[in-house]
Design a protein around this ligand. Sequence first.
Ligand code: CUA
Length: 310
Amino acid sequence: MGDQGSSWLPDAMSSVAGEVDALFNFVLITSTILFAAVVISTVYLVIRFRRRSDEYVPEPVRESKLLEAVWIILPTVLTMIIFTWGFKVFVTLNTPPPDSYDITVRGKQWFWEFEYAEGVTVANDLYVPVGRPIKLLMSSDDVLHSFFVPEFRIKHDVIPNRYTSVWFEATEVGDYRIYCTEYCGQQHSSMIGTVRVVTQEEFDDWLDQQNQDLPPVELGARLVTQYNCQICHATDGNRIVGPPVNGLFESTREFDDGTTGVADDNYIRESIVTPGAKVVAGYPNAMPATFGSLSTRQIDGLVAYLKSLE
Ligand code: CUA
Protein backbone atom coordinates (compact mmCIF):
# COMPACT_ATOMS: atom_id res chain seq x y z
CA MET A 1 0.00 0.00 0.00
CA GLY A 2 1.16 3.53 -0.64
CA ASP A 3 0.98 6.03 2.16
CA GLN A 4 -2.41 6.42 3.76
CA GLY A 5 -3.18 9.98 2.64
CA SER A 6 -4.08 12.53 5.28
CA SER A 7 -6.16 11.70 8.34
CA TRP A 8 -8.83 13.69 6.54
CA LEU A 9 -9.19 11.92 3.18
CA PRO A 10 -7.20 9.19 1.44
CA ASP A 11 -4.85 10.27 -1.37
CA ALA A 12 -6.69 11.31 -4.54
CA MET A 13 -5.39 8.86 -7.14
CA SER A 14 -7.87 8.89 -10.02
CA SER A 15 -8.73 11.44 -12.67
CA VAL A 16 -12.12 12.21 -11.05
CA ALA A 17 -10.98 12.19 -7.39
CA GLY A 18 -10.07 15.89 -7.43
CA GLU A 19 -13.54 16.94 -8.63
CA VAL A 20 -15.26 14.74 -6.04
CA ASP A 21 -13.09 16.18 -3.26
CA ALA A 22 -13.65 19.79 -4.39
CA LEU A 23 -17.43 19.33 -4.31
CA PHE A 24 -17.26 17.52 -0.96
CA ASN A 25 -15.14 20.31 0.53
CA PHE A 26 -17.45 23.00 -0.87
CA VAL A 27 -20.53 21.37 0.69
CA LEU A 28 -18.69 20.83 3.96
CA ILE A 29 -17.36 24.39 4.21
CA THR A 30 -20.63 26.12 3.28
CA SER A 31 -22.58 23.86 5.68
CA THR A 32 -20.11 24.58 8.46
CA ILE A 33 -20.40 28.34 7.92
CA LEU A 34 -24.22 28.16 7.83
CA PHE A 35 -24.31 25.90 10.88
CA ALA A 36 -22.05 28.26 12.84
CA ALA A 37 -24.11 31.30 11.75
CA VAL A 38 -27.39 29.66 12.82
CA VAL A 39 -26.06 28.44 16.19
CA ILE A 40 -24.26 31.70 17.05
CA SER A 41 -27.26 33.87 16.15
CA THR A 42 -29.63 31.53 18.05
CA VAL A 43 -27.53 31.76 21.20
CA TYR A 44 -27.18 35.55 20.81
CA LEU A 45 -30.90 36.11 20.21
CA VAL A 46 -31.94 33.86 23.10
CA ILE A 47 -29.78 35.85 25.48
CA ARG A 48 -30.48 39.26 23.96
CA PHE A 49 -34.29 38.91 23.91
CA ARG A 50 -34.84 36.81 27.01
CA ARG A 51 -37.74 37.74 29.26
CA ARG A 52 -36.25 39.90 31.99
CA SER A 53 -39.29 40.19 34.32
CA ASP A 54 -42.92 39.01 34.59
CA GLU A 55 -44.21 42.45 33.58
CA TYR A 56 -42.05 42.62 30.46
CA VAL A 57 -44.11 42.70 27.26
CA PRO A 58 -41.98 42.65 24.09
CA GLU A 59 -42.53 44.85 21.04
CA PRO A 60 -44.56 43.17 18.27
CA VAL A 61 -42.30 41.62 15.61
CA ARG A 62 -42.21 43.61 12.37
CA GLU A 63 -41.39 42.02 9.06
CA SER A 64 -38.12 42.74 7.33
CA LYS A 65 -38.31 42.29 3.56
CA LEU A 66 -34.54 42.39 3.32
CA LEU A 67 -34.04 39.62 5.89
CA GLU A 68 -36.67 37.43 4.22
CA ALA A 69 -35.12 37.96 0.80
CA VAL A 70 -31.71 36.99 2.15
CA TRP A 71 -32.87 33.73 3.69
CA ILE A 72 -34.77 32.78 0.54
CA ILE A 73 -32.17 33.78 -2.04
CA LEU A 74 -29.01 32.63 -0.27
CA PRO A 75 -30.06 28.97 0.31
CA THR A 76 -31.62 28.83 -3.18
CA VAL A 77 -28.41 29.98 -4.81
CA LEU A 78 -26.33 27.63 -2.66
CA THR A 79 -28.46 24.56 -3.33
CA MET A 80 -28.54 25.34 -7.08
CA ILE A 81 -24.72 25.55 -7.10
CA ILE A 82 -24.50 22.22 -5.29
CA PHE A 83 -27.11 20.65 -7.58
CA THR A 84 -25.47 21.84 -10.81
CA TRP A 85 -21.97 20.97 -9.65
CA GLY A 86 -23.10 17.62 -8.23
CA PHE A 87 -24.94 16.77 -11.44
CA LYS A 88 -21.83 17.55 -13.48
CA VAL A 89 -19.67 15.27 -11.30
CA PHE A 90 -22.39 12.59 -11.32
CA VAL A 91 -22.45 12.60 -15.13
CA THR A 92 -18.63 12.39 -15.26
CA LEU A 93 -18.63 9.46 -12.81
CA ASN A 94 -21.27 7.63 -14.82
CA THR A 95 -19.94 8.20 -18.33
CA PRO A 96 -16.90 6.09 -19.13
CA PRO A 97 -14.79 7.57 -21.94
CA PRO A 98 -15.40 5.74 -25.24
CA ASP A 99 -11.83 4.41 -25.42
CA SER A 100 -12.01 2.72 -22.01
CA TYR A 101 -10.64 -0.77 -21.37
CA ASP A 102 -13.37 -3.14 -20.16
CA ILE A 103 -12.92 -5.61 -17.33
CA THR A 104 -15.66 -7.90 -16.00
CA VAL A 105 -15.99 -8.01 -12.21
CA ARG A 106 -17.83 -10.70 -10.26
CA GLY A 107 -18.47 -10.42 -6.55
CA LYS A 108 -18.58 -13.78 -4.80
CA GLN A 109 -18.69 -14.95 -1.21
CA TRP A 110 -15.97 -13.90 -0.40
CA PHE A 111 -13.64 -12.66 -3.06
CA TRP A 112 -13.50 -10.54 -6.18
CA GLU A 113 -13.07 -12.16 -9.57
CA PHE A 114 -11.77 -10.16 -12.53
CA GLU A 115 -12.04 -11.34 -16.11
CA TYR A 116 -10.11 -9.66 -18.92
CA ALA A 117 -11.12 -9.59 -22.57
CA GLU A 118 -7.89 -11.51 -23.34
CA GLY A 119 -9.37 -14.55 -21.55
CA VAL A 120 -7.51 -14.16 -18.28
CA THR A 121 -9.43 -14.61 -15.01
CA VAL A 122 -7.87 -13.72 -11.66
CA ALA A 123 -9.08 -13.21 -8.11
CA ASN A 124 -8.62 -10.21 -5.82
CA ASP A 125 -5.68 -8.60 -7.67
CA LEU A 126 -6.96 -6.19 -10.31
CA TYR A 127 -4.04 -5.26 -12.59
CA VAL A 128 -4.64 -2.12 -14.63
CA PRO A 129 -2.44 0.16 -16.73
CA VAL A 130 -1.86 3.67 -15.40
CA GLY A 131 -3.37 6.66 -17.26
CA ARG A 132 -5.96 4.65 -19.14
CA PRO A 133 -9.71 4.72 -18.45
CA ILE A 134 -10.89 1.37 -17.10
CA LYS A 135 -14.55 0.40 -17.17
CA LEU A 136 -15.70 -2.30 -14.77
CA LEU A 137 -18.81 -4.26 -15.69
CA MET A 138 -19.93 -5.76 -12.40
CA SER A 139 -22.35 -8.40 -11.17
CA SER A 140 -22.65 -10.77 -8.24
CA ASP A 141 -22.87 -14.57 -8.19
CA ASP A 142 -24.70 -14.69 -4.89
CA VAL A 143 -25.63 -11.80 -2.58
CA LEU A 144 -25.19 -8.02 -2.58
CA HIS A 145 -21.60 -6.78 -2.48
CA SER A 146 -20.24 -3.29 -3.00
CA PHE A 147 -17.05 -2.31 -4.80
CA PHE A 148 -15.15 0.52 -3.13
CA VAL A 149 -11.72 1.98 -3.85
CA PRO A 150 -11.28 4.98 -1.51
CA GLU A 151 -8.28 6.48 -3.36
CA PHE A 152 -10.27 6.52 -6.62
CA ARG A 153 -13.46 7.88 -4.98
CA ILE A 154 -15.55 5.18 -6.64
CA LYS A 155 -18.07 2.97 -4.90
CA HIS A 156 -20.89 0.97 -6.41
CA ASP A 157 -23.20 -1.86 -5.44
CA VAL A 158 -22.57 -5.22 -7.06
CA ILE A 159 -25.88 -6.99 -7.50
CA PRO A 160 -27.01 -10.49 -8.51
CA ASN A 161 -28.90 -10.75 -11.84
CA ARG A 162 -28.05 -7.22 -12.92
CA TYR A 163 -25.04 -5.38 -14.29
CA THR A 164 -23.73 -2.22 -12.71
CA SER A 165 -20.61 -0.38 -13.78
CA VAL A 166 -18.03 2.13 -12.65
CA TRP A 167 -15.01 3.55 -14.38
CA PHE A 168 -11.77 5.13 -13.26
CA GLU A 169 -8.45 6.29 -14.62
CA ALA A 170 -5.60 5.77 -12.17
CA THR A 171 -3.17 8.67 -12.22
CA GLU A 172 -0.20 7.03 -10.48
CA VAL A 173 1.44 3.63 -10.33
CA GLY A 174 0.81 1.90 -6.99
CA ASP A 175 -1.36 -0.50 -5.00
CA TYR A 176 -4.79 0.58 -3.80
CA ARG A 177 -7.18 -1.36 -1.63
CA ILE A 178 -10.57 -2.64 -2.76
CA TYR A 179 -13.12 -3.01 0.02
CA CYS A 180 -16.46 -4.78 -0.02
CA THR A 181 -18.78 -2.29 1.64
CA GLU A 182 -21.99 -4.28 1.77
CA TYR A 183 -22.34 -6.85 4.55
CA CYS A 184 -22.34 -10.13 2.62
CA GLY A 185 -21.91 -12.83 5.24
CA GLN A 186 -19.41 -14.38 7.59
CA GLN A 187 -16.21 -13.43 5.75
CA HIS A 188 -17.38 -10.00 4.55
CA SER A 189 -14.53 -8.22 6.32
CA SER A 190 -11.92 -10.32 4.53
CA MET A 191 -13.38 -9.59 1.08
CA ILE A 192 -10.51 -7.27 0.30
CA GLY A 193 -8.70 -6.95 -2.99
CA THR A 194 -6.01 -4.74 -4.46
CA VAL A 195 -5.93 -2.57 -7.56
CA ARG A 196 -2.38 -2.93 -8.86
CA VAL A 197 -1.74 0.06 -11.09
CA VAL A 198 1.26 -0.60 -13.34
CA THR A 199 2.71 0.88 -16.53
CA GLN A 200 1.25 -0.23 -19.86
CA GLU A 201 4.39 -2.34 -20.53
CA GLU A 202 4.22 -4.09 -17.17
CA PHE A 203 0.53 -4.67 -17.76
CA ASP A 204 1.13 -6.28 -21.16
CA ASP A 205 3.86 -8.49 -19.66
CA TRP A 206 1.56 -9.49 -16.83
CA LEU A 207 -1.23 -10.44 -19.26
CA ASP A 208 1.22 -12.57 -21.30
CA GLN A 209 2.39 -14.33 -18.18
CA GLN A 210 -1.15 -15.14 -17.08
CA ASN A 211 -1.78 -16.77 -20.41
CA GLN A 212 1.21 -19.07 -20.07
CA ASP A 213 0.36 -22.52 -18.80
CA LEU A 214 1.64 -23.05 -15.28
CA PRO A 215 2.27 -26.57 -13.97
CA PRO A 216 -0.90 -27.72 -12.11
CA VAL A 217 0.61 -27.62 -8.61
CA GLU A 218 1.86 -24.04 -9.11
CA LEU A 219 -1.46 -22.98 -10.60
CA GLY A 220 -3.24 -24.51 -7.57
CA ALA A 221 -0.91 -22.74 -5.12
CA ARG A 222 -1.58 -19.44 -6.87
CA LEU A 223 -5.35 -19.96 -6.79
CA VAL A 224 -5.29 -20.82 -3.07
CA THR A 225 -3.61 -17.45 -2.39
CA GLN A 226 -5.85 -15.54 -4.77
CA TYR A 227 -9.07 -16.99 -3.43
CA ASN A 228 -7.98 -16.58 0.21
CA CYS A 229 -8.53 -20.29 1.02
CA GLN A 230 -6.04 -19.93 3.89
CA ILE A 231 -8.53 -17.79 5.82
CA CYS A 232 -10.52 -20.96 6.60
CA HIS A 233 -8.08 -23.80 5.88
CA ALA A 234 -4.71 -24.07 7.59
CA THR A 235 -1.81 -25.99 6.06
CA ASP A 236 -0.11 -26.67 9.42
CA GLY A 237 -2.69 -29.04 10.87
CA ASN A 238 -4.53 -26.39 12.89
CA ARG A 239 -8.27 -25.91 13.00
CA ILE A 240 -9.56 -22.53 11.76
CA VAL A 241 -13.10 -22.34 10.33
CA GLY A 242 -12.74 -25.44 8.18
CA PRO A 243 -10.52 -28.51 8.52
CA PRO A 244 -6.77 -28.19 7.79
CA VAL A 245 -5.81 -29.32 4.29
CA ASN A 246 -2.32 -30.74 4.80
CA GLY A 247 -1.87 -34.51 4.85
CA LEU A 248 -5.28 -34.76 3.22
CA PHE A 249 -4.63 -37.11 0.31
CA GLU A 250 -5.46 -40.76 1.04
CA SER A 251 -6.32 -39.99 4.66
CA THR A 252 -9.51 -41.42 6.15
CA ARG A 253 -12.18 -38.83 6.84
CA GLU A 254 -15.10 -39.03 9.23
CA PHE A 255 -18.23 -37.20 8.14
CA ASP A 256 -20.98 -35.63 10.18
CA ASP A 257 -23.50 -38.29 9.09
CA GLY A 258 -21.37 -40.96 10.77
CA THR A 259 -19.91 -42.39 7.56
CA THR A 260 -16.23 -42.44 6.65
CA GLY A 261 -14.36 -42.22 3.37
CA VAL A 262 -10.88 -41.99 1.91
CA ALA A 263 -9.77 -38.62 0.55
CA ASP A 264 -8.99 -39.54 -3.04
CA ASP A 265 -8.97 -37.26 -6.09
CA ASN A 266 -12.73 -37.41 -6.50
CA TYR A 267 -13.35 -36.58 -2.84
CA ILE A 268 -11.06 -33.53 -3.06
CA ARG A 269 -12.70 -32.36 -6.27
CA GLU A 270 -16.19 -32.83 -4.81
CA SER A 271 -15.24 -30.93 -1.65
CA ILE A 272 -14.18 -27.93 -3.77
CA VAL A 273 -17.13 -27.96 -6.18
CA THR A 274 -19.97 -29.08 -3.84
CA PRO A 275 -18.55 -28.53 -0.36
CA GLY A 276 -21.82 -29.48 1.35
CA ALA A 277 -21.83 -33.03 -0.07
CA LYS A 278 -19.55 -34.50 2.60
CA VAL A 279 -18.95 -32.40 5.70
CA VAL A 280 -16.11 -33.43 8.01
CA ALA A 281 -17.43 -34.35 11.48
CA GLY A 282 -17.10 -31.55 14.00
CA TYR A 283 -16.99 -28.74 11.41
CA PRO A 284 -19.79 -26.44 10.20
CA ASN A 285 -21.09 -26.70 6.64
CA ALA A 286 -19.79 -23.17 6.04
CA MET A 287 -17.97 -23.22 2.70
CA PRO A 288 -19.75 -21.44 -0.14
CA ALA A 289 -20.40 -23.41 -3.33
CA THR A 290 -18.95 -20.58 -5.45
CA PHE A 291 -15.94 -22.60 -6.59
CA GLY A 292 -18.09 -24.78 -8.80
CA SER A 293 -17.64 -22.11 -11.46
CA LEU A 294 -13.86 -22.59 -11.69
CA SER A 295 -12.58 -24.04 -14.94
CA THR A 296 -11.65 -27.74 -15.13
CA ARG A 297 -8.01 -26.74 -15.43
CA GLN A 298 -8.20 -24.59 -12.30
CA ILE A 299 -9.88 -27.39 -10.33
CA ASP A 300 -7.24 -29.86 -11.55
CA GLY A 301 -4.59 -27.42 -10.33
CA LEU A 302 -6.22 -27.09 -6.90
CA VAL A 303 -6.54 -30.87 -6.52
CA ALA A 304 -2.90 -31.34 -7.52
CA TYR A 305 -1.77 -28.68 -5.05
CA LEU A 306 -3.87 -30.06 -2.17
CA LYS A 307 -2.49 -33.56 -2.83
CA SER A 308 1.04 -32.15 -2.60
CA LEU A 309 0.56 -30.76 0.94
CA GLU A 310 2.02 -33.05 3.58
CU1 CUA B 1 -18.86 -8.90 -0.24
CU2 CUA B 1 -19.18 -7.77 1.84
